[in-house]
Design a protein around this ligand. Structure first.
Ligand code: NAP
Length: 470
C-alpha cells in the first residue's frame, strides 16, 4: 500500500527514476500475506483507500480482504507503478556512504540511490507463541498470516489461539463450517459493535456519477475516526466513556449466558488493547459447536491442546492467531547510516524516529508507517498519504540542491521522544493491560496525540528539526 503510494507520488512530482523493491512475486502487502477466512478491514473502505483513487465499487462498508488487495493491484497497474517494481528479490542491506545509499538484494543486485523510502509495513513478521509441544501436534497447524488453504475446515475440529482482531474475524467466518470450534482465550477482548451493509447497485452508480458523494462519505468517516482518536489519547475524555459504553452494552445485550458473559468480560478498559470491531463475534461464540476455552494452555500434544485443568481439546486444525513482531519495522534489512551507524544498534532497546519519519544520522532515509506513528484503529492509507506529502517536502529540499543530506537532528528526536512519552501516559493504552502497543518499558509506542495533530505536523516540516548537509 505504502510502496505503491510512494511510486505514484514520486512519478507525479516528475521523479521517474525510482525502483520499488518487492520481495514477493505480487503486490498487495498485508492483503497478500493475510488470506485467512473472514479477512476484512475494520476501517470503512471509503476511508481505507487512496484519496486520489476513490472507488465507487466497494461492496460493503467494510470490504473483504481480497477486494482490498485487488483494489491496490488495480491502482498500481493503472498508475503505471508495475514496470517500476523489481519482484521476487529482497533488499538485505542499505548502506550510506559518500552521500548515497547503496542497496544490496538477496539476489546479489547492487543499486546506488539518493533517497530510500522504507515502506516495509508494521505488522509483517508473524509472532509464534512459545507453547510447549507445539511441534508435536499431529494435525495441521499454521499462523493466521500463513493460512494453509489446502487444509479442509468443513467438519473439522478447529482450535484458534488468540483473541485479537484476526482471531475474532476467523471465528465468525469458520464456525459454521466446523464440527467443533475451540477458541483459546488468554485475555478477553472488548468488542465494538458494527454493522456491515452492502452497497446497492444504485448507491454504487451514484458514487460513480458523482465523486463528491464518496468524498463526503470519506470526510464523515474521517471525522468519526477523529473523535475516536480524541477518546483514546485521553483516557478521561467523554469520547472514551462513550466508546466504553458501546462495548459494555454490546457485551450485555449480545451474550445471553451470564457465565459465558463474565468469561468474555475483560478486566481492563475498552480500547486499552487494540479494539476489536465485529458485527457477529458474540453470535459466533454462542453457537452450540463453539467453545470459549479460558483455562490456560498447558501444552500441545499430538491429539490437540491440553489446558491446565488437565483437559485435552482434541483438534484436527490448530490456528495460531498470535499476532506479529511489532518492533521490526525495516528490519531484518541491515541499515547502516552516516559514519557506519547501524540502525540495529541505534534501535537496540526499541525503535524510535522523529515524527515516525526520520532517524538522526540516517540521511535521506524516510519511513512510512514507521515507529511511533498512528497505528491501531486508523486508516493506515490516510497515515501514509500524510507522511508521503511530508517526505516529498524533505525530498524537495534535496532536489533544489539546498543540501545533499537531510535527517532529523538528535535534539529534535530527543524533544519529540520526551513529549511523546509524556503524552503517552494520558492515553487509554496506558490504563493497565498487556498489548502490542506497549514497548519494553510498558510505555505506549503509538502516536499519543489526536489525529488532527498528526495532520497538522505532517502539513509542513519544522526545518529547525532537520540537519541539512552538503
Ligand atoms: P494481536 O492483536 O497481537 O493478538 C494476538 C492474540 O494472541 C492475543 O489475543 C494474545 O493474547 C494471543 N496470544 C499470543 N501468544 C499467546 C500464547 N502463547 N498463548 C495464548 N494466547 C496467545 O494479533 P492479531 O489479532 O493478528 O492482530 C494484530 C493487529 O493487526 C491488530 O491489533 C490490528 O492492528 C491488525 N488487524 C487489523 C484488522 C482490521 O480489520 N483492520 C484485522 C486483523 C488484524 P493476549 O491478549 O493475552 O496477549
Amino acid at each position: 500500500m505504502a510502496g505503491i503510494l510512494s511510486a505514484i507520488t514520486l512519478a507525479e512530482a516528475g521523479l521517474t527514476d525510482f525502483t520499488v523493491y518487492e520481495k514477493a512475486d505480487r503486490l498487495g502487502g498485508t492483503w497478500r500475506e493475510n488470506t485467512y477466512p473472514g479477512l476484512s478491514c475494520d476501517v470503512p473502505s471509503h476511508l481505507y483507500c487512496y484519496s486520489f483513487d476513490l472507488n465507487p465499487d466497494w461492496s460493503r462498508l467494510y470490504s473483504p480482504g481480497d477486494e482490498i488487495e485487488a483494489y491496490f493491484e488495480r491502482v498500481a497497474h493503472e498508475h503505471g507503478v508495475v514496470p517500476h517494481v523489481r519482484f521476487g528479490d529482497e533488499v538485505v542491506s542499505c548502506v550510506f556512504d559518500d552521500g548515497r545509499w547503496h542497496l544490496t538484494t538477496a539476489g546479489g543486485v547492487h543499486d546506488d540511490v539518493d533517497v530510500v523510502i522504507a515502506a516495509t509495513g508494521v505488522l509483517h513478521h508473524p509472532k509464534y507463541p512459545d507453547i510447549k509441544g507445539l511441534d508435536s501436534f499431529a494435525g495441521a497447524r499454521f499462523h493466521s498470516a500463513r493460512w494453509d488453504h489446502g487444509v479442509p475446515l468443513d467438519g473439522a475440529r478447529v482450535g484458534i489461539v488468540g483473541t485479537g482482531s484476526t482471531a475474532m474475524q476467523i471465528v465468525s467466518a469458520v464456525v459454521d463450517r466446523t464440527e467443533k470450534l475451540s477458541l483459546f482465550q488468554r485475555t478477553a477482548q472488548w468488542v465494538m459493535p458494527a454493522v456491515n451493509p452492502a452497497y446497492t447497485a444504485e448507491e454504487k452508480a451514484a458514487f460513480r456519477a458523482d465523486r463528491h458523494l464518496m468524498e463526503d462519505l470519506r470526510d464523515s468517516v474521517a471525522q468519526l475516526f477523529d473523535h475516536f482518536s480524541d477518546g483514546i489519547v485521553d483516557a478521561r475524555s467523554p469520547e472514551m466513556a462513550m466508546i466504553e459504553q458501546f462495548c459494555v452494552d454490546n457485551l450485555e445485550n449480545s451474550v445471553t449466558d451470564p457465565e459465558l458473559r463474565e468469561r468474555l468480560r475483560p478486566d481492563y478498559r475498552a480500547a486499552c488493547k487494540r479494539l476489536v470491531v465485529s458485527t457477529d463475534f458474540y453470535q459466533a461464540i454462542q453457537k452450540p459447536n463453539a467453545e470459549l476455552v479460558t483455562e490456560a494452555i498447558e501444552g500441545v500434544e499430538g491429539a490437540g491442546v491440553r489446558t491446565v485443568d488437565g483437559r485435552l481439546h482434541e483438534l484436527d486444525v490448530l490456528v495460531l492467531a498470535t499476532g506479529f513482531q511489532v518492533d521490526a519495522f525495516v528490519r531484518p534489512i541491515s541499515v547502516v547510516g552516516r559514519g557506519g551507524v547501524d540502525l540495529d544498534r541505534v534501535w537496540v532497546h526499541r525503535p524510535e524516529a522523529y515524527l515516525a519519519i526520520s532517524v538522526p544520522d540516517f540521511p535521506n532515509f524516510f519511513m512510512l508507517n514507521g515507529p511511533n506513528g498512528p497505528v491501531g484503529n486508523f486508516s493506515l492509507v490516510e497515515v501514509a498519504e500524510l507522511q508521503i506529502g511530508y517526505i516529498m517536502q524533505l525530498v524537495d529540499r534535496l532536489r533544489r540542491a539546498d543540501a545533499r543530506e537531510i535527517s532529523a537532528t538528535p535534539e529534535a528526536l530527543e524533544r519529540f521522544e520526551a513529549a511523546r512519552i509524556d503524552a503517552a501516559g494520558n492515553t487509554i493504552w496506558a490504563s493497565g493491560c498487556r498489548s502490542w502497543y506497549l514497548d519494553d518499558r510498558g510505555i505506549p509506542a503509538a502516536w499519543p496525540w489526536p489525529f488532527r495533530e498528526f495532520r497538522a505536523q505532517m502539513a509542513q516540516p519544522e526545518w529547525e528539526a532537520y540537519e541539512l548537509r552538503g
